[in-house]
Design a protein around this ligand. Structure first.
Ligand code: UD1
Ligand code: CA
Length: 446
């Protein structure tokens, strides 16, 4: 039997944030979600989340997980006190308890499997992850003999100068034999510099405590402050860009760009400076993104270009050119060979192939046919103050500069709207519609 407990009750004082530490985003995903995803395939019998500080906020953010059991720790008297809260919950439980720190987000599932395997094979009371760090500042130090048997863990704040020189650190990830742990949990005291009950003090009380050293120190990096958050972000970003460069994506200035882990790229994609991808994006072959574009949860077919533009929850067909300075808002679908030019906003609209919206337009709640030319400054007036209405324009139609189309409205195919017209009636196909006041010219008197 396997139970997993994630420590997520702490305040995260060093973060200096109104948001609980475990909800801080890293490459767009909260720390605790990252920790949870490393446990997904371990098939635990329990996944327990120990919450305390802003517990409601943390619980709410995890509502989409069906199997989580929340355990309240109130007040938060330290990591050992947090695990003491499991005693009533795991009364009948026999087996391993895997304890994860909610602020150690880069841990790999394979490392956890290896830890579990090693722990069981060595018949230990506890096995925990350790690492040898060049700069061990902030971590508890591990005092072990050559064969890996650990005498104790001393928190940095309780170490003397000599003990601080020890570079072997505790990663905060433990595999305990639950029965042996529960026998010693109530023996812990708070006689230390922080007046907290430390989980690390169980190590010297248990029969056989082992450590299991990880190869990649980044995997066990704990996040206590914003600098460490930045270091992990940088690490994820570097790895992602390195990976995609290997698959045929060019970055002109990778340091100025950020990617999400859920984005996928074809080959011969060029990413110019200051370009960012967030959420789930799929980018086709030959796309040219940026400089200065932000693309979120969108799919771009082959050979799309997007310069200085924002694309959010949209589908973009092949050979579409976007920008500079365009905004494509959610639920928009722009079909192949279309062009969305400068200072154009598209919202919740279907734009068929070959249609051009080249300059200074707002197209919202609209369905546009094929090969339409939307003149500069055309606006679909979709909001009557209460409700939103649709605009429909047929194939091959043209709107003159500064046309205003008052929705709901249907404009047939092959229609021309004269420049400056405000149209509030449906226009049948193959017609010209102009609505404009007469120009009056009078000679001035001297
Ligand atoms: C802890 C370890 C330290 C280790 C480091 C690894 C202890 C005493 N120390 O130190 O040896 O090197 O992690 O990153 O365990 N939490 C609770 N309830 C509490 C206090 C904390 O749930 O009462 C949670 C926090 O939300 C956090 C985790 O426990 O997710 C670790 O707490 P933190 O205060 O960050 O411990 P560290 O000082 O980093
Ligand atoms: Ca920590």
């Amino acid at each position: 039997m396997l139970a997993i407990a994630i420590l997520a009750a702490g305040k995260g004082t060093r973060m200096k944030s109104a948001l609980p530490k475990v909800l801080q985003p890293l490459a767009g995903k909260p720390l605790i979600d990252r920790v949870l995803s490393s446990t997904q395939r371990l098939n635990p019998n329990h996944r327990l989340i120990i919450v305390g500080h802003q517990s409601k906020v943390v619980e709410e953010s995890l509502q989409n997980y069906q199997d989580l059991e929340f355990v309240l720790q109130q007040p938060q008297n330290g990591t050992g006190h947090a695990i003491q809260q499991l005693i009533p919950k795991l009364k009948e439980f026999k087996g391993e308890l895997l304890v994860l720190n909610g602020d150690v987000p880069l841990l790999k599932e394979t490392t956890l499997s290896s830890l579990l395997k090693f722990h069981k094979e060595s018949n230990a009371s506890v096995t925990f992850l350790s690492a040898n760090l060049d700069s061990p500042t902030g971590y508890g130090r591990v005092f072990a003999n050559k064969s890996g048997l650990v005498k104790e863990i001393i928190e940095e704040k309780d170490c003397n100068y000599e003990q601080q020189q020890n570079k072997l650190i505790n990663a905060g990830i433990y595999c305990f034999d639950w029965q042996q742990l529960s026998d010693v949990l109530n023996l812990l005291s708070n006689q230390n510099s922080q007046k907290e009950i430390y989980l690390t003090d169980t190590i010297s009380l248990l029969r056989k405590s082992l450590h299991f050293e990880v190869d990649d120190p980044y995997e066990i990096k704990g996040i206590n402050d914003r600098y460490q958050l930045y270091e992990c972000e940088k690490h994820i970003q570097e790895k992602l860009k390195y990976f995609w460069m290997g698959k045929g994506v060019s970055f002109i200035d990778p340091i100025s760009c950020t990617l999400s882990e859920d984005s996928f790229f074809g080959t011969d994609v060029i990413i110019e400076p200051q370009t960012h991808l967030r959420g789930k994006c799929i980018i086709g072959n030959g796309c040219h993104l940026g400089p200065g574009s932000l693309i979120t949860n969108s799919t771009l077919a082959d050979n799309v270009s997007a310069i200085h533009s924002i694309i959010n929850e949209a589908m973009i067909g092949e050979n579409v050119s976007i920008g500079p300075f365009a905004q494509i808002r959610p639920e928009s679908n722009i079909c192949k060979n279309s062009k969305i030019g400068n200072f154009v906003e598209i919202k919740k609209s279907f734009i068929s192939e070959g249609t051009k919206v080249n300059h200074l337009s707002y197209v919202g709640d609209s369905t546009l046919g094929k090969n339409i030319n939307i003149g500069a400054g055309t606006i679909t007036a979709n909001f009557d103050g209460k409700n939103k209405h649709r605009t429909i324009i047929g194939d091959y139609s043209k709107t003159g500069a500064n046309s205003v189309l008052i929705a709901p409205i249907k404009i047939g195919s092959n229609v021309t709207i004269g420049a400056g017209s405000t149209i509030s009636k449906d226009i049948p196909e193959k017609s010209l519609a102009v609505e404009r006041s007469k120009t009056i010219i009078r000679t001035k008197r001297d």
